[in-house]
Ligand binder design. Structure first.
Ligand SMILES: O=C(O)c1ccc[n+]([C@@H]2O[C@H](COP(=O)([O-])O)[C@@H](O)[C@H]2O)c1
Ligand SMILES: Cc1cc2nc[nH]c2cc1C
Length: 370
């Protein structure tokens, strides 16, 4: 949810499915200004002191703009897609956990017993897991879009080939299309991948020209020795990513991974299809930063669910101009921070649609007003 909302047209033809070239986007339409203004006006008439619901009011206005409707409708199908992948850089000792956890967690999340599954049930959202590059054989129900087993070790080689990068971007876009066509009206991109905070930090630090030491974080909870290895890995990877900073596809190829590329396509395509997204932590926000490079204006369709403890998450949010809804010191990924915020979005819709106006309730308005 950003403040700028330059008025472009509202042409439904812009909501086309993914074209043959996965890097090409039509101009991203902004959310509907009229519906947003109508929501602001309606908010003023509701039976409460003006502005007293604080940022919940802005959230409701943003949702009204995304839906092009005032009052906004209750979300009917909130959907979390968890993008899973392994990263060669994990072999450099940059995580507190071994790579095999990725495949094990894919099975856990698919069985519905992970943290994101529990939070999603509370938020009335459903969860889908997709294996983009897990370094193991996973269930065919999740591996339809798999690009490879493990992305390259970005300190010394590309994460992906050019064709794999395009395939992952296209997969993310196709997944967004399929979810929206199936009725999804609110999307979350979650992540699961041991080592993935290293490439995510590389993408953010490269795009924001940040020094590795200012961007590096503790990920799954690394000790000081692993922190030094991770900082060196980020530094080495950035030697390879800096020269391609202006080329989003080359950036994903050199410093990203198949999961990050798919999330990038997913987030940009959601905006192309006028579907609001709740961003999660560092990894989804790093992909969002790249998606904004590919599809300028996409950020107007995203709200930040929370602020993770990762320093580069704060850096990425600042660059996108997004203020997170929650600050709970979460650092799990999977989409958990985004899903934790969904009840706030539901509350913003409910207040705009269910609260009576002063007139309806027969309550006196502010002193000095007619
Ligand atoms: O989203 C975040 O901000 C976040 C912060 C720290 C860790 N994670 C999760 O932990 C894993 C990556 O941590 P690491 O230390 O292995 O790079 C990966 O599965 C992420 O989903 C996620
Ligand atoms: C157990 C576990 C679960 C996770 N979920 C997201 N990242 C994770 C990392 C670990 C280690």
């Amino acid at each position: 949810m950003t403040d700028d909302s330059a008025a472009l047209g509202n042409d439904p033809a812009l909501s086309e499915p993914t074209p043959a070239d996965p890097t090409r986007f039509d101009p991203i339409p902004p959310p509907d200004r009229e519906a947003r203004d109508a929501a602001r006006e309606r908010g003023r008439r509701l039976v409460k002191p003006a502005g007293s619901l604080g940022r919940l009011e802005l959230l409701g206005e943003w949702i009204a703009g995304c839906q092009g409707a005032c009052p906004p409708r209750a979300f009917e199908r909130a959907r979390v897609v968890v993008f899973a992948g392994d990263h060669g850089i994990a072999r450099a000792g940059v995580s507190a956990y071994p790579s095999e956890v990725t495949a094990q967690m894919v099975a856990t999340l698919t069985s519905g017993v992970g943290a994101v599954n529990a939070l999603a049930r509370v938020a009335d959202a459903s969860v889908r897991v997709v294996d983009m590059a897990v370094d193991a054989d996973t269930d065919p129900s999740v591996s339809e879009h798999k690009v490879r087993r493990g992305s390259g070790s970005i300190d010394r080689e590309d994460a992906l080939t050019h064709d794999e990068t395009l395939a992952a971007l296209a997969a993310g876009r196709a997944i967004a299309d399929a979810e929206i066509d199936a009725g999804a009206d609110l999307l979350v991109a979650g992540d699961m991948g041991i080592g993935d905070t290293t490439p995510a930090t590389v993408l953010v630090a490269t795009l924001t020209d940040t020094e590795p030491v200012a961007a590096v974080g503790r990920g799954t909870g690394i000790d000081d020795n692993a922190w030094m290895r991770k900082t060196s890995a980020i530094r080495d990877a950035m030697r390879r990513t800096r020269p391609v900073v202006r080329d989003a596809v080359a950036l994903l190829r050199t410093g990203g991974g198949a999961d990050l590329a798919a999330m990038t396509g997913f987030l940009a395509q959601a905006a192309q299809r006028r579907t609001p997204v709740v961003l999660d932590g560092l990894v989804s926000t790093a992909a969002a930063l790249v998606a904004e490079e590919l599809a300028y204006g996409a950020r107007a369709w995203w709200v930040a669910g929370h602020r993770s403890t990762e320093p580069s998450h704060t850096i990425a949010l600042a660059r996108l101009g997004l203020e997170p809804l929650l600050e709970l010191d979460m650092r799990l990924g999977e989409g958990t921070g985004a899903v934790a915020a969904i009840p706030l979005l539901r509350g913003a819709v409910a207040t705009l649609s269910e609260v009576a106006t002063f007139e309806e309730a027969g309550v006196s308005t502010r002193t000095g007003e007619d």
